[in-house]
Design a protein around this ligand. Sequence first.
Ligand code: FES
Length: 153
Amino acid sequence: RQPGDYLSFMIGRWPVLVVHGRDGELRAFHNSCRHRGSILCKPGEGHVARLICPYHSWTYGLDGRLLAAGRMPEVFDKGEHSLKPIHLERVAGAVFVCLAETPPDIATIRRDLTPLLAPHNLGHAKLAHQATLVEYANWKLVMENGRECYHCA
Ligand code: FES
């Protein structure tokens, strides 16, 4: 909810980092340092002022820009070593990320989901309980309100 809040998780074998920027934007990145690929944030959630690699301390802004990289040659261009972005879309308080270079159009999902999610006011929801559900299914959105489970095909 606040700038600096992050969520780190895996999609398949890909580590993903979602960060709330100082400008209020949510951004998703590959959770992998551009120096030697170390994981920047362990899986879970947290809050940081900057993203600092635990390996050699390369430091990234919340917008993914490389701010500091010690012991690099003078010709090193930090501007070419920002975190690799991942596509992120917000739909009525839900967050979708897509690892594809060219993501599929989300317009249909946005059109269909927005009226379904709007009554739940997810943008102002608070986390009261968290569980991991493994769904053996194709693309689905599963939402649980504690009593019922909603499956959207
Ligand atoms: S691997 Fe991140 S600073 Fe070296």
